[in-house]
Write a protein that binds this ligand. Structure first.
Ligand code: HAM
Length: 412
């Protein structure tokens, strides 16, 4: 039996990488004053049908549950967040700055950087229309990647404005029902053959291609870049009106993060969705919002690719799998005494291992080495004294029970 296509098994080393990524996400989100929250992994399919857009609905892992409800494993967090905010908005002071780390499911064609499950960090600001919030959010996204050891040479945040395109479509007198399809075609234009995009755009093909080529003009985006410049972060961003985002609910500034070499899929993406909460609550609650999500899959690939980021990770992971102490039971009569001390030492926070069954002393020292123990404690003929072996220097000494803790504190 194997895992399903697009699903991963996390063996201990992969789990360590995953936890390292989560710890980095959590630390920097907190540095920006974001608080953690979480939603359920299963939602009513309707939640995504209502607002995520056609592409995501096609990718749903959905089924009918035993109570005849149409349900789906969450493909993203934003609709859940909008649902939760609409229900609890009054309980919190605005603006809210919330982050969440969780697993998401999309029935995608499995390819490099895209699986059928992945983890995301979501960071969202709710209840603020000012561009200061957009600047803060992009700065957070940049700082998270900087914390993993990346520089402006490794990644770029491509920023755009959906309004730039909706103004364009309005100018061309296009009915609003066609906007979603056209925006999606523009979003995909960099990844698809020109003819395919041209076919979807019809009459608009020429003006859209011309605008993509010239880059367009946007006072708001310029202001956003200036805000980042003031923080010394302007080298991490580029205005790129070719970014439109695949999800249907975005209304204003949108952005996506890519590796500079252009080797990988998007590392993160987000933007403003000022109407989603009102739409999901049928107008009961209206609240501006913006956010982004960063996935673990491409981020992990990029960490492996960029040597500086790999070193930062290796340093942080360092001795995650190592233990502090190995207890060598040289005489089985001493096992109970040894285990009593193992218990005390574990209570003090030391990471300890010992042989569960009678084992030759040489094998026990071998295990101590393999597990990366810095100190071995030998319980044998010398009892009530214990022999301490420094595994690094091979020096040995005998200590009495009451001196043991003090000596270990010096050694570890
Ligand atoms: P998204 O662009 O669909 O945005 O996903 C965000 C990130 O999740 C992507 O840039 C990518 O790193 C990762 N990701 C998405 N799908 C997959 C996949 N199949 N395999 C691996 N990684 C994947 C959203 O989900 C929005 N809800 C983000 C947002 C939050 N907007 C506002 N707030």
């Amino acid at each position: 039996m194997q895992a399903l296509p697009g699903f991963r098994d996390f063996l201990p080393d992969q789990c360590a990488v995953r936890n390292y990524i989560f710890a980095g996400w959590r630390e920097i989100a907190r540095r920006y004053g974001f608080v953690e929250w979480e939603g359920p992994p299963l939602e009513a399919t309707e939640l995504y049908k209502k607002k995520s857009g056609a592409e995501i609905v096609e990718q749903l892992f959905n089924f009918t549950d035993k109570g005849e409800r149409e349900v789906a494993l969450r493909p993203e967090l934003t609709p859940t967040l909008a649902r939760v905010i609409a229900a609890h908005e009054r309980e919190f002071k605005k603006p809210l700055k919330w982050f969440s780390i969780g697993q998401f499911f999309r029935y995608e064609k499995q390819q490099r950087g895209r699986l059928r499950e992945h983890f995301q960090l979501n960071c969202d600001i709710i209840g603020e229309t000012d561009l200061a919030a957009d600047i803060e959010l992009v700065a957070l996204c940049i700082d998270i990647l900087r914390a993993f050891g990346f520089t402006e040479k490794d990644f770029v945040v491509r920023i755009s404005d959906r309004e730039f395109w909706t103004d364009f479509l309005r100018d061309k007198k296009l009915p609003a029902e066609r906007w979603d399809g056209l925006l999606q075609a523009i979003d995909k234009s960099a990844r698809e053959p020109r003819e395919k995009t041209a076919e979807k755009l019809g009459d608009l093909a020429d003006p859209v291609f011309a605008t993509l080529k010239s880059g367009g003009e946007s006072a708001r985006l310029k202001q956003l870049v200036e805000g980042l410049r003031a923080r010394g972060l302007a080298d991490f961003v580029a205005i790129d009106v070719g970014i439109v985002r695949g999800l249907a609910y975005y209304t204003g500034v949108v952005f996506e993060v890519f590796d500079r070499a252009g080797k990988f899929r998007a590392i993160a993406g987000g933007g403003r969705y000022d109407n989603l909460i009102a739409q999901l609550s049928d107008g009961a609650v209206s609240m501006p919002a913006l956010g982004f999500a960063m996935g673990d899959v491409v981020l992990g690939e990029l960490i492996n690719e960029i040597s500086r980021a790999r070193e930062v990770m290796q340093k942080a992971l360092g001795d995650h799998s190592k233990i502090d102490l190995y207890v060598v039971i040289a005489k089985e009569q001493r096992r109970a005494d040894a285990l009593a001390q193992v218990q005390q030492l574990r209570d003090r926070g030391y990471r300890i291992d010992y042989p569960l069954t009678p084992t030759k002393v040489a094998r026990q020292f071998q295990a101590a080495e393999e597990l990366g123990a810095r100190v071995a404690l030998l319980y044998g003929d010398e009892w009530p004294q214990v022999k301490i072996k420094n595994m690094g220097t091979a020096e040995q000494e005998l200590v009495g029970g009451d001196k043991l803790l003090g000596r270990l504190a010096e050694l570890l």
